[in-house]
Design a protein around this ligand. Structure first.
Ligand SMILES: [Zn+2]
Length: 388
């Protein structure tokens, strides 16, 4: 009896499953969730075994329209085996600000601005729930209606030319969080009077504040290793600046034509002053170089028209060509130590009093490692200049 019942049950079961398979329209679906991108894939299993699949090609998004990921369907029954996902448009214009999704798909860049009437720009820290991490190259270049700019802490990179030529910006607030400021980012912001670079900034590329002719005061990040080339070039009103202890190099023409500097701003750890760094700085009267300075580049103080007194520190081994050239008021030039000199260029071209107990004419004119002629000026004057 039990055996019979079991047989009937088995037959019934087989019949049911046979009916399920043969009945068109009945589907047994399984849904899988991809852990990586959270997409849902529905695989439909019916009479067709979907042995042959074809790829449904995707579409790259462009600046205004969305794209699609690649999909997959069955070549026989056309059932979608892998649905396509929407890729956000490369950039979106929203309330006058243009946003672009970054490659990581989890953050946005700001690419530009369409409404040029806003005087005050407060960059949002997020868009559609994702952080804004980049201000793109030239994003706000030459927008002369802008007067104040606030950059939030979500932003890590301010790329090159981002605010170049914004002639009416008077205030820029850069939040702690920014790590990089690209080349010429604020070049020509000629109404800017003060700037504070937060300590999160590790690297500032060349010319960032070049031609900021109203800039009076700058506070720099204490994470920077170098004042890059042309950083404050032509900032004729720059009066107050301190070089942080982290800085070891003053780059090429970094303070070119900064006429309002009364002193040479040198931090505790600067060792290298590169070519033209303080060329044409008419406000400087006296320089006593710290002993740490090892290198003073070509033209470094060329035509500093009011410079009268210079003392070169103990460890300077390189004095570049015309490093004090055409400093026409220069009277006293003291060198603490000439023993380790690797190069002496024609430092200056004027008649000055040399007060150096170690000075040795032979070493200067034909020292083993020196490649330049005369240390103290035009060859004709050299003899008289260096006679003790
Ligand atoms: Zn199929």
């Amino acid at each position: 009896m039990k055996k019979l019942l079991f047989s009937i049950l088995t037959i019934l079961l087989c019949l049911t499953s046979f009916m399920l398979v043969s009945c068109d329209g009945e589907e047994d679906t399984t849904t899988t969730v991809d852990k990586e991108d959270n997409t849902t894939t529905t695989i439909i299993d019916k009479t067709c075994s979907h042995e042959k699949t074809v790829i449904i090609s995707g579409k790259e998004p462009n600046t205004t329209s969305t794209g699609l990921t690649e999909g997959k369907k069955c070549a026989l029954c056309e059932k979608i085996l892998q649905p396509q996902n929407i890729i956000p448009a490369i950039s979106v214009m929203d309330n006058g600000i243009e946003y672009r999704i970054n490659h990581d798909k989890s953050s946005y860049s700001i690419v530009g601005m369409s409404v040029h009437l806003n005087k005050s720009l407060i960059i949002p820290s997020e868009y559609k729930g994702l952080p804004i991490t980049v201000i793109e190259e030239s994003a706000f270049e030459n927008i002369d209606t802008l007067e104040t700019v606030t950059i939030p802490s979500s932003v890590k990179y301010i790329n090159r030319f981002a605010f170049r030529g914004c002639a009416n910006i008077s205030t820029i607030k850069i939040s702690e969080g920014v790590t990089y400021i690209g080349r010429d980012a604020f070049n020509g912001c000629s109404s800017l009077e003060e700037i504070e670079i937060p300590n999160s900034v590790v690297d500032m590329d060349s010319g960032v504040f070049m031609n900021c002719t109203s800039l009076k005061k700058a506070v720099l990040s204490n994470s920077m290793k170098r004042i890059s080339n042309y950083t404050f070039s032509q900032c004729v009103n720059l009066e107050i600046i301190e070089i942080p202890d982290s800085v070891t190099v003053i780059g090429i023409s970094a303070f070119l034509n900064c006429d309002s500097l009364a002193n040479v701003p040198l931090g505790k750890n600067v060792t290298v002053i590169e070519a033209g760094a303080f060329k044409l700085c008419d406000g400087i009267n006296e320089i006593i170089f710290p002993d740490k300075i090892t290198y003073i580049g070509d033209n470094a103080f060329f035509r500093c028209g009011y410079l009268e007194t210079v003392t070169i520190g103990e460890n300077t081994t390189y004095l570049g060509g015309m490093s004090f050239g055409e400093c026409n008021k220069l009277k006293i030039f003291t060198i603490k130590n000439t023993n380790n000199w690797k190069n002496i260029g024609p430092v200056t071209d004027i008649d000055i009093d040399v007060t150096d107990p170690y000075l040795n004419a032979e070493r200067i004119s034909s020292g083993k490692n020196s490649y330049s002629w005369g240390a103290w000026g035009r060859e004709t004057k050299r003899g008289s200049n260096i006679t003790p």
